[in-house]
Design a protein around this ligand. Structure first.
Ligand code: SAM
Length: 279
């Protein structure tokens, strides 16, 4: 996969040289380039922002440096695709043949594990890190001719810039690429992979500061361990993220699992979990 990140603080992206993502880059599984937006300005002060039309607080990122930067990134992509003999000049597999431009924004669609899986299928992602009050809206309109544009939010809070959001999104997407995580099994059992939170995990010693690991995990009975883990997923999700249970497909749950949900105050109605009013 190819990833381009455009930012006025390229050094903010340095952590992407570390750990699994850094290794994926070294191993050639991920070609990640960071570009300085100021390299695409033409004035002496390398200006990237200006006052907002209509007044109000803060500054807005100017459109022209963004158009120059994104044009250069898109041109580089087309050139690479041609050199590689790819049939499609943009070289992108999904998203109607265009690279995906992700614009971090608290006003974007929510980035989730499902989004990470979807984006991990793409050939090229471009991230445009906003600062100040954000990027002039016309950039997103103009970019739609060259990219599939997706404004994307990490959550319902406001960061100072898009860089931290990009670190999170690139890590979530990058670890799904084949070969990046050593044991692909560990991706299957994680929180959000099946719409639930993960069960609690323990390691040695089996007894620590008067706290024992649940006995079932030491039993060697794999059926019982799997059932305990599933029920712990249900309990934890009901306690911490009951909103996730509203989406959970409970239609095919075995009897023991329905009982576990009943103990948590949920009945299965038409394949969905419904919280009992008295629970
Ligand atoms: N004025 C904007 C608004 O209210 O929607 C917020 C601008 S914020 C101070 C500056 C930049 O931080 C945004 O352009 C975006 O790139 C990034 N950002 C802030 N919060 C974010 C979030 N929850 N998810 C993704 N990016 C975020």
């Amino acid at each position: 996969m190819r990833i381009d990140v455009v930012s006025i603080f390229p050094e903010y992206l340095a952590p992407l040289e570390l750990s699994l993502i850094g290794k994926a880059r070294q191993d050639g599984l991920l070609d990640l380039r960071v570009h300085d937006l100021r390299e695409f300005t033409t004035d002496r002060h390398r200006t990237v922002d200006d006052t907002p039309y209509g007044g109000g607080a803060g500054m807005v990122m100017k459109p022209e440096p963004w158009a120059q930067a994104l044009t250069a990134v898109a041109a580089g992509q087309a050139e690479r695709a041609e050199n590689a003999g790819a049939p499609d000049a943009t070289g992108a597999a999904g998203s109607a043949g265009k690279p995906v431009l992700i614009v971090p924004s608290p006003a974007g669609e929510r980035f989730t594990q499902a989004t990470a899986h979807e984006l991990a299928e793409e050939n090229q992602l471009v991230f445009a890190c906003g600062r100040y009050e954000g990027i002039d809206e016309r950039v997103l309109e103009w970019a739609a001719d060259h990219f599939t544009v997706r404004p994307m939010s990490l959550g319902d809070y406001v960061l100072n810039g898009g860089e931290v959001a990009v670190l999170a999104m690139v890590e979530a997407i990058g670890r799904l690429l084949p070969g990046v995580v050593g044991n692909p099994e560990s991706l299957v059992e994680e929180s959000h992979s099946d719409g639930l939170l993960e069960y609690p995990v323990y390691t040695k010693p089996s007894s620590w500061r008067d706290r024992d690991v649940p006995a079932v995990l030491l039993s060697g009975n794999h059926g019982k361990i799997a059932q305990w883990r599933r029920h712990e997923q249900y309990r934890r999700t009901a306690e911490r993220r009951p909103d996730l249970l509203a989406e959970f497909d409970a239609g095919k749950l075995p009897r023991a699992d329905r009982t576990a949900f009943a103990d948590l105050g949920y009945d299965v109605v038409d394949g969905l979990l419904v919280r009992r009013p008295d629970a």
